[in-house]
Design a protein around this ligand. Structure first.
Ligand SMILES: [Zn+2]
Ligand SMILES: [Zn+2]
Length: 259
């Protein structure tokens, strides 16, 4: 049993074969997928709900990606809170800071990120954090708001942010990036992670792991990242799968959230 803790199943690149792609994930042993509710922007944050309603092993989140922070109006926070009450919505996010693309002004990104972390705390939901080239500001906001639980997804940051996340009780999720040849620093962090804080994800349709690199990614490929991380950590694939599945259940407890 494997889990893909971060996928974008609503993406237009699956328009032609979404059902078959989800079936391939099931056939590959995936038994939980968290599909992220960002969509094409703040008005579309409920995009994961239809697919989560259609499959009992798929759950979703609601949030605004840092790329879209500048599009946020006050009403979107009300929408987020309302949608978060849906029984298949298990987290707030992804939200965070992306200083690599800077698609929204940094101050706006920080404000919209902070508001979502605060909402997650108030609703007692985990927060899914996207952070790129923004380690110190991400750490500062997380330490200020101190949410009770969350994950740094698609981790590509440095060791100090990994350490801070663990201190804050967060989990860290690795994507196919860890399988890329230049990822030695990430591999070192993945090797030293406590086994009860580790998650795996595809972040599909982006970032396909080796040997699928460059192609459209999909949840079935999370097995490649799992196999790679098991090797790095010197455990069996079964053990790595078991640990990450248990961590997912503990963080998102989708089966415990009832309407
Ligand atoms: Zn992200
Ligand atoms: Zn994502």
């Amino acid at each position: 049993m494997l889990v893909d803790s971060h996928a974008h199943l609503d993406d237009a690149r699956y328009a032609e074969d979404r059902e078959a792609m989800i079936q391939r994930a099931y056939d590959a042993g995936i038994r939980q997928i968290l599909t992220i509710g960002n969509g094409t922007g703040p008005d579309d944050m409920g995009c994961g709900i239809p697919v989560a309603e259609a499959y009992d092993w798929i759950c979703t989140s609601v949030g605004v990606h840092p790329h879209d922070a500048a599009k946020v109006e006050e009403r979107h926070f009300d929408l987020m809170e309302r949608l978060a009450a849906h029984p298949k919505v298990v987290a707030i996010g992804e939200t965070g800071l992306d200083y690599h693309y800077d698609n929204s002004p940094r101050e706006t990104q920080r404000d919209v990120f902070r508001r979502q972390v605060e909402l997650a705390s108030r609703l007692d939901l985990p927060v899914i954090v996207h952070t790129r080239e923004a380690d110190s500001d991400t750490e500062a906001i997380l330490r200020q708001v101190a949410p009770s639980r969350g994950v740094l997804h698609c981790f590509t940051s440095g060791a100090p942010l990994a350490k801070a996340a663990l201190e804050l009780g967060f989990m860290i999720s690795f994507s196919g990036i860890v399988t890329f040849p230049k990822a030695q620093d990430l591999v070192a962090i993945a090797r030293s992670m406590p086994s009860d804080r580790l998650l795996i994800e595809t972040d599909c349709p982006y970032l396909a792991p080796v040997p699928h690199r460059g192609k459209r990614n999909e949840p079935a490929f999370v097995s490649e990242t799992a196999r790679f991380l098991a090797g790095v950590r010197g455990v069996s694939l079964e053990q790595l799968s078991e640990e990450t599945s248990q961590n997912f259940a503990r963080l998102f407890s989708p089966e415990q959230k009832t309407a």
